[in-house]
Design a protein around this ligand. Structure first.
Ligand SMILES: Cc1cc2nc3c(=O)[nH]c(=O)nc-3n(C[C@H](O)[C@H](O)[C@H](O)COP(=O)(O)O)c2cc1C
Length: 218
């Protein structure tokens, strides 16, 4: 008999949520994808910034591996990585503090340049891009983070692996990329994720005990 309470279930899913970076070829069903997007749609949104819940403040785009659309976006995203490297190199050359701060990010970009590809882009059976209407104040990336977390938890419960692809955010100002999605450039913020059946099971996430990071204020 399963005595798991809804609270136990929630705790289990929270700990099972991991970043998966290797996916099987098997394609998750359309029903699963719709369920994941349903979860994303129910994440909070910044009502005061973008209007009301009857407005289409959030959109989703599903791109399949090896599709015509994926073939179009792969070089656009890689081009963005190359541009970021050039811009960051210029900025770092003039700023010593930035050289230290951005070293880790620069290493990651340099790794992508060497590989000739961006991790998570076209590597999973499915890529989902969420778009959030820009508003005032500009909190659309925060809204997208809530949306992605809901999708991530739903994917976890469905036994699917999930990888955030944060370079997607930078594509919001790329005219050709927005054209592929049919979005007006400058009006939307973007975030993306790769989804598929994971190659390997990952252990539950490990974090410090909550007591170690809490300050109880009087
Ligand atoms: C804002 C944000 C951006 C991230 N971007 C990426 C990404 O582009 N690619 C990736 O593989 N993981 C990305 N991650 C996943 C983190 O690396 C991961 O959550 C962290 O290492 C902890 O591992 P866990 O998710 O398995 O608990 C991102 C996470 C956050 C919160």
């Amino acid at each position: 008999m399963n005595n798991e309470t809804s609270n136990d279930v929630l705790d289990r899913i929270l700990l099972e949520r991991r970043t998966h970076r290797r996916f099987k070829q098997d394609i998750p069903s359309d029903e699963m994808i719709v369920d994941i997007i349903h979860a994303g749609l129910h994440a909070p949104f910044a009502a005061a910034a973008v209007g009301n819940d009857k407005d289409y403040f959030r959109r989703f785009f599903v791109i399949r591996k090896d599709s015509e659309t994926m073939a179009a976006v792969i070089p656009l995203i890689f081009g963005e990585v190359m541009r970021t490297i050039t811009d960051l190199e210029d900025a770092m050359a003039k700023n010593q503090e930035l050289q230290v701060q951005a070293a880790g990010f620069m290493n990651r970009l340099a790794m992508m340049k060497r590989m000739g590809s961006v991790p998570g882009v076209g590597t999973a059976p499915l890529t989902i891009i969420a778009a959030e209407k820009k508003g005032i104040p500009p909190v659309e990336q925060q809204s997208l983070a809530h949306c992605m977390e809901n999708m991530w938890l739903k994917a976890t419960d469905l036994g699917l692996g999930f990888q955030l692809v944060s370079i997607t955010a930078q594509m919001a100002d790329n005219e050709e990329f927005c054209k592929v999605l049919g979005l007006e450039i400058g009006k939307w913020a973007l975030m993306g994720c790769a989804i598929g059946y994971p190659v390997e099971e990952l252990p539950p996430s490990i974090r410090p005990p909550a007591e170690e990071v809490i300050t109880w204020l009087k």
